[in-house]
Ligand binder design. Structure first.
Ligand code: PLP
Length: 445
């Protein structure tokens, strides 16, 4: 860059930064930090695993932005699918008996991809509203069956289900529930079978509508379930007439190396919640998928109207984009690459652990991985001040955008790179983390 272009690039950044501070309220942000520091990156373009910002800095997007840009950035086919659909029919309603081809085709594709008898999809704009839809529908179902008192929803500690009133009430990370007057009838258990059994015993199965879990927890720190956990969960739910909802918002559409996270654990839920990877973030869309028996019962039992629908339920453009995204995942065998590169990522974590005694627990499946930073592995003691955030800051200087998770006293680095990543790029991520952790240690932790 010449001096002149550098000046104009800086001027553009400053103009946008000033406007950002003045008018742009950011999701999950610190209002104070925004005013003090201004925006870090103002992204302008992306290609593959890379993002570029207005000042020309390029970074590796090691979390696929928000665990969602699964096919990678800059795929023009998706832009073309959006344009084609918008030119033909930008929007029409899916309320009542209205329908459209992209919605129909996408619902068919989801039914084809999901395991077991999952059969019918209600589309939303994202994961939070899809979870709200699942909670409302589960309660509605029990009401239709003459059991309106079956309304409690049980979720797991460290779970993340979104931020709408219902979804944040289900979220097992207390930091997300720091708002007065969330929704009633949500309960949390740890990830043990005993905890769920005790909860059912205490509250009474006749008061519980559904149990919800991410097959592999994402935002809570990339936590895999204990062995056989979901087999037992399935059984307990069946024995107690409790609907089992799998929140596949992060896991779904290949992230764990299978179409859906729950497939790694050999059971089929009654309801599934999807979003993110269905469109790789190219268009906002999510959904609730229900099983064939549930669908049939709803048809049989409902007399009135299911009074639930978002204006943008099954937005035609979003459905068209999602269809193209799923086609690319299939045609380019991206889920196979997830498995192969996931194995490379885990090798990289092990290499890091050999070089740094602070790397504690290593977790992951497919291209969903995490390493925990510990002061003492033997006693599982953490550093008094989290280190992962400092590593992430240092990594940024080396061109890597990674994620630090510090809720619930954790000190974890999480990774979920795009499915199109290659071995060289995985190695680059690992080497930047190695360098960054070394530098953080040099400065003193
Ligand atoms: N469920 C899970 C497992 C998630 O990870 C998220 C978002 O990160 C959500 C639900 C909420 O989705 P959205 O942010 O699209 O509302």
């Amino acid at each position: 860059m010449t001096m002149k272009t550098m000046d104009s690039v800086q001027a553009k950044y400053e103009e946008l930064a000033a406007l950002d501070k003045k008018h742009f309220m950011h999701p999950t942000s610190s209002f104070k930090q925004q005013q003090e520091k201004g925006p870090g990156f103002i992204f302008t373009e992306g290609k593959g695993i890379y993002l570029k910002d207005v000042r020309g800095k390029q970074v590796i997007d090691a979390l696929s932005s928000l665990w969602n840009v699964n096919i990678g950035h800059g795929r023009e086919e998706l832009a073309e699918a959006a344009m084609e659909q918008m030119k033909k029919l930008a929007f029409s309603s899916a309320f009542a008996t209205n329908s459209h081809e992209p919605g129909i085709r996408l619902a068919e594709k989801v039914a084809e991809m999901t395991p077991g008898d999952l059969a019918m999809t209600f589309f939303t704009s994202g994961g939070s509203d899809a979870n709200d839809t699942a909670f409302k529908t589960a309660r509605y179902y029990w009401k239709l069956k003459g059991k309106p008192e079956k309304k409690k929803i049980i979720s797991r500690q460290k779970s993340y289900h979104g931020v709408s009133v219902g979804a944040s009430s289900a979220t097992g990370l207390p930091a997300f529930r720091d708002f007065p007057s969330l929704a009633p009838d949500f309960y949390y258990v740890d990830s043990s079978i005993e905890a769920l059994k005790e909860m059912i015993e205490r509250e009474g199965a006749e008061t519980i509508a559904a149990y919800i879990a991410e097959p592999v927890q994402g935002s809570g720190g990339v936590n895999l379930p204990p062995e056989n956990y979901f087999k037992d969960i399935r059984e307990i739910c069946d024995q107690n007439d409790i609907l089992f909802i799998a929140d596949e918002v992060i896991n779904g559409f290949g992230r764990t190396g299978k179409n859906f996270g729950i497939e790694n654990f050999g059971v089929v839920p009654d309801m599934m919640v999807i979003a993110k990877g269905i469109s790789s973030g190219y268009a906002p869309i999510g959904g609730m998928v229900i099983s064939e028996p549930l669908k049939n019962e709803l048809i049989e039992l409902t007399e009135g109207v299911y009074m639930h629908g978002y204006t943008y339920s099954a937005h035609p453009m979003c459905c068209a984009v999602a269809l193209k995204n799923l086609e690319i995942i299939e045609e380019e065998n991206l889920i196979e690459n997830v498995r192969n590169m996931g194995a490379e990522l885990q090798k990289g974590f092990n290499w890091l652990a050999d070089r740094h005694e602070e790397i504690g627990n290593i977790r992951g499946i497919g291209l969903l991985g995490a390493v925990e930073i510990l002061k003492d592995k033997e006693t599982n003691t953490r550093f008094s001040e989290p280190v992962s955030g400092k590593v992430v800051e240092e990594a940024l200087n080396h061109g890597l955008l990674a994620r630090s998770i510090v809720y619930e006293g954790q000190d974890t680095l999480a990774f979920a790179p795009p499915f199109c990543i290659n071995k060289e790029e995985v190695d680059t991520i690992i080497s930047i983390i190695d360098q960054s952790l070394t530098e953080v240690k040099k400065k003193g932790i």
